[in-house]
Design a protein around this ligand. Structure first.
Ligand SMILES: Cc1cc2nc3c(=O)[nH]c(=O)nc-3n(C[C@H](O)[C@H](O)[C@H](O)COP(=O)(O)OP(=O)(O)OC[C@H]3O[C@@H](n4cnc5c(N)ncnc54)[C@H](O)[C@@H]3O)c2cc1C
Ligand code: SF4
Ligand code: SF4
Length: 373
């Protein structure tokens, strides 16, 4: 991993407008803070290397290094990353009622992790209005209360950083692929910080194609909510082409032509659709809004799923071959779009090349991505 400091983070990420506001650089020191969906450096710092740069998922992400460290194999550019199996899940008879996005699989896995003692607390993302609010919670009811997708980029890792600084151990992180990548990089202790201890025990990843800037979304719909609370956000599959915000008695449908301009530029250079460095990843199962696709990546992820099934929180089934093929195609297309976007920025992603790049991928993996699934 190539190291540098806050000034290089400002040059490579902020000046290129690539910050996604994930919170990975926030509250590691007094200098980077998040406010109302945005991250900013509040005081200058002259350190030559820092965790802020090393954890950022928008500069110098070395996929080979991550793949070797977590899966003991080279990064091959496979559309869904390394995995053990892919299964369909639905809510089981014992899953408590909740405002779940789909089957409630993410919540079921997080609650199971807490109940089995696999984690001491979960890092989740709540919201106030449209603003995402990261929280570290250690009660089942609080995990359930933070269910449902907030389709806004969120500083979730700022809460994890604060908990880690307070000595938290065995955290379970629920995050989007950029957040999971940043957490994975932090687990390698790239700056060789003395006394380091990995704060995470389980990473539960979400699938993600894009998120929107919360402030810009709020400005876009200002005047349409008539003071009412937003109960749920949804992104129905094609051909709907809209982001749907549900109020008590009506929906606000935001067309994709209005959504695209408020997707942060950082999403355009994101090659990961399925949280490839999580223990277990969860996304939509096309055509079945009350089911989920689950990608089990590690033995820990498998153990967690087994426990959730045993407790009757989830029931498992088979993902149809055509769903899997479609998911793989979508994930590969996301990689291709990210490659085109980093090329347009002028990055040379060859691991041996000079200069800064959003990420590094070796030639064999690049060829596979370009060749398709
Ligand atoms: C920004 C975003 C984009 C997504 N894009 C896709 C996609 O393209 N394709 C797809 O298949 N699935 C996508 N998903 C995932 C999908 O929306 C559901 O989260 C997933 O299917 C799990 O459903 P569930 O019922 O198990 O979740 P629930 O049990 O309802 O739990 C949802 C969990 O997500 C966490 N969360 C919510 N919002 C955020 C956020 N902004 N950042 C971090 N964590 C958050 C909450 O803490 C909660 O624990 C996206 C999710 C997000 C947040
Ligand atoms: S992307 Fe995340 S880690 Fe990088 S600068 Fe923005 S908030 Fe910090
Ligand atoms: S597209 Fe990538 S960068 Fe954007 S929110 Fe999703 S995971 Fe993060």
């Amino acid at each position: 991993m190539r190291l540098a400091g806050p000034n290089q983070l400002l040059e490579s990420v902020f000046a290129r407008d690539l910050c996604i506001g994930c919170g990975a650089c926030v509250d590691l020191c007094p200098y980077f803070k998040t406010y109302s969906g945005r991250t900013a450096q509040v005081f200058p710092c002259t350190r030559e290397t820092g965790r802020c740069f090393a954890f950022c998922p928008k500069v110098e992400v070395d996929y080979q290094e991550l793949s070797q460290a977590f899966f003991n194999e080279p990064y091959r550019g496979a559309p869904l990353g390394h995995y053990l199996r892919v299964v369909k899940v639905e809510a089981g008879p014992n899953l408590p009622k909740g405002n779940y996005q789909n089957s409630g699989a993410v919540t079921a896995l997080a609650v199971t992790a807490l109940e089995t003692g696999m984690i001491s607390a979960a890092v989740v993302t709540d919201r106030k209005g449209l603003m995402p609010v990261p929280k570290v919670v250690n009660k089942k009811e609080d995990i359930i209360a933070c269910a449902a997708s907030k389709y806004t980029a969120a500083p979730t890792l700022a809460a994890a950083n604060r908990a880690a600084a307070d000595g938290a151990k065995d955290l379970g992180l629920i995050g989007t692929p950029c957040q999971i990548t940043a957490a994975a990089m932090s687990r390698l202790n790239p700056t060789e910080k003395e006394g380091f201890s990995d704060p995470y025990n389980v990473l539960i990843g979400l699938f993600c194609t894009w998120a929107v800037d919360a402030r810009k979304l709020a400005a876009l719909i200002a005047g349409h909510t008539k003071g009412k609370d937003i109960c749920k956000m949804d992104m129905p599959p094609p051909p709907s082409a809209m982001l749907v915000l549900s109020l008590d008695d009506c929906n606000i449908n935001v067309g994709l032509d209005l959504v695209r301009p408020i997707v942060p530029k950082g999403c355009s250079v994101c090659p990961d659709m399925t949280s490839e460095y999580a223990d277990i990843s969860v996304g939509v199962l096309e055509g079945l809004p009350l089911a989920n696709t689950v990608i089990v990546r590690t033995p820990r992820g498998q153990e967690l799923l087994d426990q959730a099934l045993e407790r009757g929180y989830l029931v498992a089934g088979k993902v149809a071959a055509e769903n899997l093929a479609h998911l793989s195609l979508a994930a590969n297309n996301k990689k291709k779009r990210a490659l085109a976007a980093v090329q347009a920025l002028g990055d040379n992603i060859d691991p041996e090349a000079d200069g800064r790049a959003v990420f590094r991928i070796r030639a064999e993996a690049l060829e596979r991505i370009m060749a398709g699934v």
